[in-house]
Design a protein around this ligand. Structure first.
Ligand SMILES: Nc1nc2c(ncn2[C@@H]2O[C@H](COP(=O)(O)OP(=O)(O)OP(=O)(O)O)[C@@H](O)[C@H]2O)c(=O)[nH]1
Length: 235
């Protein structure tokens, strides 16, 4: 059953005003195309951070609970810290347009674990138009990989150009694909001037050190009450 998130209805879940930084767990959105490595990255972040912070994860799949099942089977967090949303519709809809199912899942986790520091919300795999509503995610990263070739960053779209962090994963297979990482770096910098891009290979660096550092930085800012970066216009 979905709670009523209609703005102004006065209930405890009433929105739409964003919460003050630091007043609850930081919510980080992890979006990107199908198979780019979102679940693998979420698993890596849980493995690295769970000993230091109180974490929870919300996964999104269209018809299954595949990603949540994978994370539970991998034992990256206690099972009751992992919630699955079955969108039944295009993944971006459930994290951008009608976010009620995801908000319910986040709030249930926060109620069950009042000490939560961080909630990772993984979208279902979608295309380059995917982005999270700021009513759901305080900050968001967009995960692409090199398997589609080095052209992907210059194709733009809100995930590439407006996310708070662009992750370019699977650099280990760039030689096989013939993807030029320097081209991807140049194009990404042009599409999102002044905002970070992280090249990553979860095969070679399973602790995702560069992304972990970004998450720790965002978490420290959130806990200090510093406003998180706004999703920028354009793109
Ligand atoms: N070679 C290589 N494979 C990777 C890397 N990261 C993830 N993979 C593999 O890529 C495949 C897809 O990874 P997932 O984490 O399931 O991707 P996803 O984005 O969550 O996929 P969906 O949830 O279906 O959208 C898996 O077989 C991973 O093991 C990487 O850095 N290098």
């Amino acid at each position: 059953m979905h709670r009523d998130h209609t703005p102004g209805n006065g209930g405890p879940s009433a929105r739409p005003q964003p919460s003050a930084p630091g007043s609850r767990a930081l919510r980080i959105g992890v979006g990107g195309p199908v198979g780019s490595g979102k679940t693998a990255l979420v698993a890596a972040l849980c493995r690295v951070l769970a000993g230091r912070f109180s974490l929870a994860v919300v996964t999104n799949d269209i018809y299954t609970t595949e990603d949540a099942d994978f994370l539970r089977a991998a034992g990256v967090l206690a099972a009751d810290r992992i919630a699955a949303v079955q969108t039944g519709c295009c993944p971006h809809t459930a994290v951008r347009d009608d976010i009620s199912g995801n908000l319910d899942a986040v709030e249930d986790l926060e109620a069950a674990h009042p000490d939560l520091d961080l909630v990772l919300i993984e979208s279902g795999g979608d295309n380059l138009t995917m982005t999270f509503s700021r009513g759901l995610a305080d900050v968001q990263m967009f995960v692409i990989d090199v398997s589609g070739g080095d052209k992907v960053p210059r194709k733009g779209g809100p995930g590439v150009s407006r996310s708070d962090l662009l992750v370019i994963n699977k650099t280990d297979i760039a030689p096989q694909i013939g993807a030029d990482l320097a081209v991807m770096d140049r194009d990404a910098a042009r599409m999102r001037p002044g905002t970070p891009v992280a090249f990553l290979s979860l095969r070679e660096t399973p602790d995702a050190d560069v992304v972990t550092a970004w998450v720790l930085d965002r978490l420290a800012a959130w806990r200090a009450g510093t406003p998180v970066p706004a999703v920028r216009a354009g793109g």
